[in-house]
Design a protein around this ligand. Structure first.
Ligand SMILES: [Mg+2]
Length: 263
């Protein structure tokens, strides 16, 4: 299934386990991250979007130890901010897969692409092929891209976009939406902007995620953990694959970070 995205992948069981009873080495020897970048959907939630409360508590322990939590997500800013606030995170937020980078202490969000153009693409497309241009609910808050329903005809969308004036836009399907976005957007590029603002180098950061949109972030940072149940394409680039599904990863991982040793 490597590289593929679809419902059948989203609902499959988590992948590899280390042999039970062996020592799990979560981190390179002596590595203590200066910040931890965390994906939301499928990482601190399950695939029904249920938030893992143990993961929330573990992230608060990082904050108490002065290790800022950076939420790095495909979610829009309004949703990310709500979660950021209730978790008690202190790092910037990387939203819309890197399209929007923001911290409430900054004057304005850094919006890295023109979402109005992606929206216009959907409207023009709907004049010629059968799609719903209004797309998914969260589009009302979307700033840098536009999202169609994930079950639209992807081949037809791709064909139409590549023969249109919007052919420079990327068409990316996740389990949650078909994203119409400018190709330079990625969580990796967005996280780089956030880290520059924080004065932290990418090599000092740990990233945790579950899906292909986390790949550029994993390729940027010093260390990466894919949660159990992740996509194979992410597992292929992760430094560590958690033996625990989704949010269950965080308690032992944060223990390891704070002890700065294997557990
Ligand atoms: Mg995810």
């Amino acid at each position: 299934m490597r590289g593929s995205i679809g419902h059948e992948v989203l609902y499959r069981k988590h992948i590899r386990f280390d042999a039970l009873g062996t020592i799990m080495q979560w981190l390179p020897e002596g590595f203590r991250p200066k910040a931890v970048a965390v994906d939301i959907d499928g990482t601190i939630t399950d695939y029904n979007k249920a938030l893992h409360l143990g993961a929330v508590q573990a992230l608060r322990r990082l904050e108490q130890a002065n290790i800022p939590v950076i939420l790095a997500t495909g979610n829009v800013r309004a949703i990310t901010y709500g979660l950021w606030r209730f978790i008690g995170a202190s790092g910037p937020m990387v939203c819309e897969n890197g399209g929007v980078v923001w911290h409430p202490k900054w004057d304005e969000p850094i919006v890295r692409a023109d979402g109005a153009r992606a929206r216009k693409c959907a409207i023009d497309m709907a004049k010629e092929i059968e799609i719903d241009p209004e797309g998914i609910t969260t589009n009302v808050w979307r700033e840098s891209e536009w999202c169609l329903f994930t079950d639209e005809d992807l081949d037809a969308v791709n064909r139409w976009v590549s023969n249109s004036e919007y052919s420079d836009l990327s068409v990316v399907r996740t389990g949650f939406a078909i994203h119409l976005m400018e190709p330079h957007l990625s969580k990796g590029e967005g996280l780089k902007v956030a880290l520059e603002k924080m004065g932290i180098s990418p090599g000092e950061v740990l990233a945790v995620g579950d899906a292909p949109n986390d790949i550029p972030m994993f390729q940027l940072v010093g260390h990466s953990v894919a949660v159990g149940g992740c996509f194979d394409s992410l597992a292929a680039v992760a430094k560590i694959i958690s033996p625990y599904p989704h949010g269950d990863t965080f308690v032992p991982l944060v223990d390891a970070i704070l002890n700065n040793a294997s557990v």
